[in-house]
Write a protein that binds this ligand. Structure first.
Ligand code: SF4
Ligand code: SF4
Ligand code: SF4
Ligand code: FES
Length: 948
């Protein structure tokens, strides 16, 4: 493995199609109009010295190192800020230029500390490189000149330090924070020689508005901003490209290593999802991979009340296989099932569902998408014919109006949010439908044109009302609808949405959104140019989740906002591979590529390759498995990388179901909450320890590459393979690429995917097949996958979960930037500094009525259960609505969520729970018991580590 060089071209690539011809150092070149001279030279291989320029940001022109001479022009302009012109003749290396550049470098070096040999950036410092590039051999002003202000090293951020004495005030960090990240946390304070980089109001980084994305650290050409791990370990010596294992954005990274130690994760500029950017989780929060809590040896126990017994892999696998065989012999073929992981690779997910369908001989397989985006699959397949988003992320750069529904991109999908914010700063309009005032409603240089703070549970009413305005005010794109959609269905739908009960004035009564705001938002979306919709779990996790997805799809079709750049309907998917786990056939009714198990021809294809008959009846979903366990007919489950006890609703019900089973097998990194009910624990591997692929929210299949040996001895797919072999269903893969070849053979939308292609192209978006050998960035360009687009009637039905005198408030849930899902990974990193506990956001009015002060312990009770956490009083939530996150198991917010779920897919209604909030003295009894259980698990883990 070698070092992968990434050239910094100094300024961003121009997208112009018009070419300009010029001559640089006697060589004729042609580049797109708008290209800087610096970039034109770099592209032909001539490196002009530079310090303040970087191709991640617009040119700034402050260091004066990149000077060039242009024939016929006076002076020596900066090549980074000077665009090319037709016929221009440029010289980059003349005696005059050499003299000037040396002079500039002399000034920089005369005031820079000369501790290069011990500096953490040694060998990775652009200032050092430039001194060499300009041939600096002496400094006429000496080395003991006055230094810039040096307030001392700021090490307050857990991941990087700021050492002002090394700053050359190039402003790259400030511009990275503004242009790449869009947070505007940094400024240059002071003037002239006293200039210094200042986080917020000259505060420590940790107290500033900084969100620790690391863009400034990456941009800094010196060691002024430097990662603590690099300081501690030294500079890396080899690297591999891989994909972040946190969220559905799917950022590509260079994993930079020293031996088998990961030094740092550097966002990969050629990564098509992230374009060189990242968030705090992907860049810094990988410490969980080597955390002492990781369980590395298999364990078994006959009863869940017994202590764990550490055993060999052979014993664990044979015990599991014999238990599943025993259970099936006693209770029948359908008495066992499996759950695939949206954190594992496509290949691993595919194997788990293969094991269930062919090894277990039933279709009892499900995935965590059940509790997040299953309504997306249902809704988009019904209306458009494909269970996935329509665009690539680049598309947002062509959007004129962006509508965000039930999503909080700056916390949930931060890197895509940064791209979106850039487009908004360029002037795109913004509409937000959310009960909560998310950051994007108002953030530096961005203000939503419309924020529709709808009452939780009224999405269908409001989106249908937007359609009402579009239809009744004559804003339908009739040409598009006539050509692309079923016209009869459209007419039925148009008549339906036009009914007076869908008017904004009527809908205001149920949703609380002012009618004028609904009208204004609808007009803006329909008339504002390219309209793009992005939505999240605030749409899907409702009893009408699938209906809302179809209402959104209807709206986009009616306005012609489908099938080209800048438009579309895009679910922002949560987990890194939730799209992939759905694609791979993790649902009980569908094999890979979303084909129903009842299709004879499809089943025949699988049966002939796998040599086993497949069941034509859909199997059990997660909630059905739990119900069946309580009924006594479901007795064994194989759960790979999913903490269903913590992430699924109605915790007590889930716990009772798990406790009723005879063999619960958990394959995971840590003793997660579900493991409290497990009989077998199989240690899993992290994304750093395996090869495979993840598929992100834009259907992009990206490589995951093994950079270190699995600490547990095996990649997750190997464990599934061992189990399958022990069960008597042979699997003999030697590498995940062979699993992908099988997926491609069995799945028409993946027919053209192979590891060779991924190595060549970096990534590819499905469908990828003969018709689209390099993949499909944008779907439905010439027609919908299903043929004609289908308009579906979307009748609003109020949820059965209603507020009343006993439970007068509506609880809704979400996530925050620094934590991820149930927190199993991020809680085991320094990210805990930003979120030590889950809190309940409550409006000042509701808090005052209940005598609750900021920071007080409070009890949240629903008809399902109660939990205790601290209050945070804020106007981010409207009166009558409370909000919390679910990153910490001790709060177990799912104790209060109910069993209501989406009518079509069973996706739980996490976003609406009627609750009462009252003052409390502290954690409740079960929370203290829970704490004790966690302490016990920790002790076991420590004992096992010590025994090694
Ligand atoms: S880490 Fe990111 S948010 Fe923080 S100052 Fe740097 S660029 Fe800005
Ligand atoms: S901290 Fe680094 S990037 Fe920022 S101004 Fe100083 S040298 Fe430039
Ligand atoms: S945005 Fe998502 S994929 Fe990208 S670095 Fe952050 S967590 Fe990882
Ligand atoms: S790189 Fe052009 S002025 Fe600094």
């Amino acid at each position: 493995m070698a070092t992968i060089q990434q050239i910094d071209y100094g300024t961003p690539k121009s997208t112009s199609e018009k070419m300009v011809n010029l001559t640089i150092d006697g060589v004729k070149v042609a580049v797109p109009e708008g290209t800087s001279i610096m970039r034109a030279a770099m592209e032909m291989g001539t490196q002009i010295p530079k310090l303040c320029a970087s191709d991640m940001m617009e040119a700034f022109g402050s260091c004066r190192l990149c000077l060039v001479e242009i024939q016929g022009r006076n002076g020596t302009p900066a090549s980074c800020t000077t665009p090319v012109a037709e016929g221009m003749v440029v010289h980059t290396q003349t005696d005059r230029l050499k003299r000037l550049r040396k002079g500039v470098m002399e000034l920089y070096i005369s005031e820079h500390p000369l501790d290069c040999l011990t500096c953490s950036a040694n060998g990775d410092c652009e200032l050092q490189d430039m001194a060499g590039a300009v041939g600096l051999r002496e400094v006429r002003y000496g080395y003991d000149g006055q230094r810039h202000p040096n307030p001392g090293i700021d090490a307050s951020n857990p991941y990087f330090t700021y050492e002002p004495s090394k700053c050359i005030v190039c402003s790259r960090c400030v511009r990275a924070c503004e242009e790449v990240q869009g947070t505007f946390a940094l400024t240059i304070a002071g003037r002239g020689f006293d200039s210094v980089v200042s986080p917020s109001q000259q505060q420590p980084f940790i107290d500033s508005e900084c969100v620790s994305c690391g863009a400034c650290v990456q941009a800094c050409p010196t060691a002024t901003l430097n990662e603590k791990r690099t300081i501690e370990i030294g500079t890396p010596e080899h690297e591999r490209i891989t994909t972040c294992a946190y969220c559905g954005v799917g950022c590509a990274f260079k994993a930079e290593m020293r031996g088998e130690e990961l030094v740092r994760m550097v966002p990969w500029k050629d990564g098509k999802a992230n374009r060189g950017h990242s968030c705090v989780k992907g860049r810094f929060a990988f410490g969980y991979a080597t955390h002492r809590d990781r369980i590395l040896k298999p364990m078994i126990r006959a009863k869940i009340t017994d202590p764990w017994r550490e055993v060999s892999w052979d014993e664990a696998i044979n015990y599991t296989a014999s238990e599943f065989k025993r259970i099936q012999a006693k209770y029948g073929r359908a008495s066992v099932g499996g759950i695939t992981s949206s954190r594992c690779t496509n290949e691993e997910t595919f194997l788990v569902q293969k094991l269930v369908r062919a090894g277990f001989g039933n279709n009892n397989v499900d995935t965590c998408a059940r509790v997040c985006h299953s309504p997306t699959g249902y809704g988009l397949k019904t209306t458009y014919g494909t269970s996935a988003g329509t665009q690539d992320f680049d598309s947002v750069e062509h959007s004129d109006v962006i509508m965000i529904i039930g999503a909080n991109p700056t916390d949930g999908h931060p890197v895509f949010a940064s791209r979106m914010k850039r487009r908004l700063r360029q002037g795109a309009k913004l509409i937000i439908l959310d009960p909560r005032r998310i950051d994007l409603v108002r953030t530096p240089h961005i203000e939503a044109d419309y924020h529709l703070p709808l009452k939780p549970g009224t999405n269908v009413a409001v989106v249908t009302s937007l359609a009402h305005v579009v239809v009744t005010e004559g804003l339908v794109n009739e040409a598009f609808v006539r050509e692309r959609c079923d016209w009869d269905e459209f007419q039925d739908w148009a008549a339906f949405v036009s009914l007076p009960r869908h008017s904004p004035e009527e809908v205001e009564k149920v949703s609380g959104v002012p009618a004028e705001a609904i009208r204004g938002a609808a007009r803006l979306y329909a008339k504002g140019g390219n309209g793009a919709i992005y939505y999240g779990l605030g749409v899907t996790e409702h009893s009408q989740g699938s209906t809302t997805v179809m209402a959104i799809a209807n709206l986009a079709m009616a306005t012609g906002n489908i099938g080209r750049q800048g438009v579309g309907v895009n679910p922002l998917r949560g987990q890194n591979n939730v799209q992939g786990s759905c694609d791979m056939g993790s649902f009980p009714h569908e094999v890979s590529g979303y084909r129903h198990v009842s299709e004879d021809a499809t089943r025949a294809m699988f049966e002939s390759l796998w040599g086993r008959p497949l069941d034509s009846e859909p199997g059990l979903r997660i909630p059905n498995m739990i119900d069946a366990a309580l009924d006594g007919s479901f007795k064994g489950i194989y759960i790979q990388g999913e903490d269903i006890l913590q992430s699924d609703p109605n915790t007590q019900h889930m716990a009772a179901g798990l406790a009723a089973m005879e063999c619960v097998v958990v394959q995971d990194l840590f003793l997660i909450e579900t493991a409290n009910y497990a009989h077998v624990f199989l240690p899993g591997s992290t994304f750093l320890e395996k090869d495979g692929t993840f598929t992100n929210a834009e259907r992009r299949i990206q490589p995951v590459r093994r950079v270190m040996s699995p600490l547990n001895g095996f990649e997750d797919w190997q464990i599934t393979q061992m189990l399958s072999n022990a069960l008597g269903f042979p699997m003999n893969y030697t590498h995940p690429s062979e699993i992908m070849d099988e997926i491609a053979r069995l799945t028409p939308t993946f027919a053209g995917v192979s590891y060779k292609k991924l190595d060549e192209l970096g990534s590819v978006q499905w469908p990828c097949n003969e018709a689209a050998p390099e993949g499909t960035p944008i779907m439905h360009i010439n027609g919908f996958v299903r043929g004609k687009g289908k308009f579906v009637i979307t009748e609003y039905v109020a949820t059965d979960e209603k507020t009343g005198p006993r439970y007068p408030l509506l609880l809704t849930t979400g996530r925050i930037l620094s934590q991820y899902n149930v927190g199993a990974q991020t809680r085991r990193t320094d990210n805990v500094i930003w979120h030590e506990e889950d809190v309940l956001e409550i409006h000042p009015h509701d808090a005052e009525q209940r005598g609750i002060r900021d920071g007080d312990w409070i009890k949240v009770a629903s008809r399902a259960g109660e939990t205790t956490l601290r209050a945070q009083i804020t106007e981010r939530v409207a009166p009558g609505v409370v909000y919390t996150t679910f990153h910490h198991p001790t709060t177990q917010v799912n104790v209060v969520t109910t069993e209501f779920s989406d009518w079509a897919t069973n996706c739980p209604e996490y976003k609406v729970t009627a609750v009462q909030v009252s003052p409390s003295n502290g954690p409740s009894e079960w929370q203290e018991e829970y704490e004790e259980l966690t302490r016990q698990s920790r002790r076991i883990a420590e004992r096992l580590v010590a025994a090694e």
